[in-house]
Design a protein around this ligand. Structure first.
Ligand code: SDX
Length: 428
């Protein structure tokens, strides 16, 4: 019995509902019996005030700009951990020992190859297909190739399908890029790191050895860490809802990829760089700031604002410093970075953005780095999906393993016509 209770007055009656406390963060009012006892639903389009599940994976304090993965601050993981170690942490709850880390890496490395017949699958796409269209299709198609790991009631099936998804996403994403530029697919090399392997499969060619640049490998790996998981965001909620019906994990992750593609979500990194390039020079910033503030103009500052963060997104802080590291390592300069820095400064001093607490989010600077490394903007969201697969898979496993898990089935406020009789055509 919860110590704290919430009271609701409805229809002249008083109802009490338990208030549940987490290990930190806001309490929740447990309204699972609300409809049964009051006959009323709650109404929360966009789920701005709704906790959809209990989770121990990721904690966000939007007011303070805090992001923890299994309790570890994102800044510390970005500085000291690796994407594979963070993946192990999210999946298993604790940082791995040396042996656990080596075993995990060995397993993931040896699942990076795709069934050879999937190469033919790519041939069905147009060469100019958006990589996210390819990712949706190919990841969904994995369930047609790996029947031996789709029984979600079997913990071993859940484990191997989780490893397969994490391991194969870099191969799938790299192949989507190769297909778009008409270069041959590169096979994984087991003596490279997870991220080094991805860079070689993307930018290497059979005609010569590909040398992984350590600073780029480190920056890319850090970007993957920053995108690994983020509580119950739209695409993670999509994966959970799909998984709640018992759909196989490959289909669930394909659903998450589809949701992530939207420009309000994971598609914002591509939209943000396109916006920065359209703005071009700093003198044009005021015009775009005014457009973003104009209610009659659908234009928004892409890479700005967040449903949860009403402070600086801690991932954007790391991302901004990584821009400089990559520029120095590759000896490149991109004037768009200066434009981004000035846009941030001007926006954050503008009353509109201050009042609405709109700060740069993870997508504001990421595109500048990815572009400097050599990715086309169309690949940015595919890279987000690659990294977020770790979070999606961890959240899916947590949901499937939750004994309280039931199929997700929200209700509605019906405002359509009440019952009426059919009118024959001759009488209309
Ligand atoms: C990601 O959920 C996650 O955790 C997502 C993510 C993850 O890791 O999974 O963090 C990744 O999706 C980051 C967000 C990337 N999207 C963008 O950068 C697109 C631009 N941002 C917005 O579209 C918007 O800020 C959202 C979608 C991110 C958040 O929207 P909300 O929480 O529904 O807030 P809102 O749209 O109601 O905005 C509140 C007000 C509105 O003004 P009013 O109606 O109150 O007058 O702020 C305004 C909005 O018009 N506003 C913006 C703005 N974002 C919000 N105005 C100008 N530019 C913007 N970017």
């Amino acid at each position: 019995m919860a110590d704290k209770q919430a009271k609701l007055e409805l229809g002249g009656q008083t109802y009490e509902f338990p208030v549940l406390e987490g290990s930190t963060g806001p309490d929740v009012v447990d309204i699972r019996k609300l409809y049964g006892s009051t006959g009323a639903f709650t109404f929360d389009p966009g789920y701005k005030s709704t906790a959809s599940c209990e989770s121990a994976l990721t904690y966000i304090d939007g007011q303070e700009g805090v992001l923890l993965h299994r309790g570890y601050p994102i800044g510390q993981l970005a500085e000291h951990s690796s994407f594979m170690e963070t993946a192990y942490l999210l999946l298993n709850g604790e940082l791995p020992s040396q042996q656990e880390y080596e075993d995990f890496n060995y397993t993931i490395t040896r699942h990076t190859m795709l069934h050879d017949q999937l190469n033919t699958f790519y041939q069905g796409f147009r060469r100019d297909a958006h990589p996210m269209a390819i990712m949706c299709g190919v990841v969904g198609a994995l369930s047609a190739f790996y029947h031996d790991s789709t029984d979600i009631s079997d913990p071993e099936h859940r484990k191997i399908s989780s490893h397969r998804l994490i391991a194969k996403m870099p191969t799938i994403a790299a192949m989507a890029y190769k297909y778009s530029v008409g270069q041959p697919f590169m096979q994984p090399k087991n003596d490279l790191s997870y991220t080094g392997n991805f860079l070689r499969m993307t930018f290497g060619v059979p005609a010569e050895e590909y040398e992984v640049i350590p600073a780029v490998e480190k920056a890319m790996d850090r970007i993957f860490i920053l995108h690994a998981d983020h509580e119950q965001n739209a695409s993670t909620s999509t994966v959970r809802l799909a998984g709640s019906s018992g759909a196989n994990p490959f289909a669930c992750i394909a659903a998450g990829i589809a949701c992530l593609w939207g420009p309000a979500h994971g598609g914002a990194n591509e939209a943000a760089l396109n916006m920065l390039r359209e703005i071009g020079t700093p003198d044009r910033i005021p015009h775009y700031i005014e457009r973003a503030k104009d209610k009659n103009d659908p234009f928004r500052l892409m890479g700005f604002g967040h449903r949860v963060y009403k402070n600086y997104d801690p991932r954007a802080t790391v991302m901004q410093s990584t821009v400089r590291e990559v520029f120095d390592a590759l000896n490149v300069k991109d004037p768009v970075f200066e434009t981004a820095l000035q846009l941030e400064e001007i926006a954050l001093s503008d009353p509109y953005f201050k009042e609405k607490k709109l700060f740069p989010n993870v997508d504001f600077y990421s595109g500048i780095i990815l572009s400097a490394i050599g990715f086309p903007t169309t690949m940015f969201t595919a890279l987000f999906a690659l990294a977020r697969t770790v979070g999606w898979v961890a959240q899916w496993n947590e949901m499937i393993s939750d004994p309280a898990q039931v199929i997700g089935r929200p209700r509605q406020l019906y405002t359509g016509p009440v019952e009426r009789d059919y009118v024959p055509l001759s009488e209309r």
